[in-house]
Design a protein around this ligand. Structure first.
Ligand SMILES: O=P(O)(O)OC[C@@H](O)[C@@H](O)c1c[nH]c2ccccc12
Length: 285
């Protein structure tokens, strides 16, 4: 069993418990009472500077315990003040020490769109994302058979959530596009092996059409990485560890935002800098 299968097993157990407390029909009723949110794709587009999605993340299977985060809302408020375009909240409990309560707390505090970051394997979780105030929901291609991926992308769109479809290689990127994704995240970490591939974004981004929003996720250590991803054509970066472990959360986000702006000067129609032939991929420490 690979790391991803292990995580999904735990996710399914938690899902069964929640479903027995709140049946799906009740959840749908709750969702209908939640204020509709606009599609987030344009907010994450990098034409006026690389966007930063800042993550509330306590732990991960790959990196262990990262930060206690006693007050996730306070952290998210600092991210927002630093200029984050969106906040990602991990809601997976067993391996990432997150919860839907974290999402609720963050929703009550900040105005920027929220991403429900979890291992979604069932429509029930997409309804939950809606009920708990997310505007975006993560769908991981490696965790989903194609027909289910297609259904979940369609369900999310139907109920006013923007699906952020995560891929790790070219084949997965093709599946994401076939499923109709318009926001694609390239995770530098392979969730099956937990290994990092620093060149994943550079390898995949050219295959993703310009009209699709391209997000580089995982392993962004600081402004230098932000600049490198912006130069490779990323619209946004998704950053967890480097932010939660920084002593100054607002300033750390602001530094990433400033680094991203330096690439195209913040011009709304600024050019995306093409990758120069022979230039190296992002340099990571
Ligand atoms: O902490 P990092 O290396 O900055 O990574 C953040 C984010 O990319 C990572 O948490 C992540 C990307 N895809 C995921 C899928 C599930 C759980 C977590 C993730």
């Amino acid at each position: 069993m690979n790391a991803l299968d292990g995580i999904i097993e735990g996710v399914r157990a938690g899902l069964a418990r929640r479903r027995s407390r709140v049946p799906e029909c009740e959840l749908r009723d709750l969702a209908s009472g939640v204020r509709p949110v606009p599609d987030c794709a344009e907010l994450l587009r990098g034409t006026d500077g690389l966007k930063v999605i800042a993550e509330v993340k306590r732990a991960s299977p790959a990196r262990g315990r990262l930060a206690a985060i006693e007050d996730p809302a306070e952290l998210a408020a600092a991210y927002e003040a630093g200029g984050a375009a969106a906040v990602s909240v991990l809601t997976e409990e067993l391996h990432f020490a997150g919860s839907l309560a974290d999402l609720d707390a963050v929703r009550a505090r900040v105005g920027v769109p929220l991403l429900r970051k979890d291992f979604v394997v069932d429509p029930y979780q997409v309804w939950e994302a809606r009920v708990h105030g997310a505007s975006l929901v993560l769908l991981i291609v490696a965790a989903l058979e194609q027909p289910l991926l297609v259904d979940l992308v369609a369900q999310a769109a139907e109920i006013g959530l923007t699906p952020l479809v995560e891929v790790h290689d070219q084949a997965e990127a093709r599946r994401a596009l076939d499923a109709g994704a318009w926001v694609i995240g390239v995770n530098a970490r392979d969730l099956k092996t937990l290994e990092m591939n620093k060149g994943a974004f550079a390898a995949i981004a050219p295959d993703i059409p310009e009209n699709v929003v391209r997000i580089a996720a995982s392993g962004v250590r600081g402004p230098r990485c932000a600049v490198e991803y912006a130069e490779l054509g990323a619209d946004a970066i998704l950053v967890g560890e480097a932010l939660v472990t920084s002593g100054h959360h607002r300033e750390a986000v602001a530094a990433l935002v400033a680094a991203g702006r330096s690439i195209n000067g913040g011009r709304p129609d600024g050019p995306r800098f093409p990758r120069l032939p022979g230039s190296p991929g992002p340099a990571f420490p």
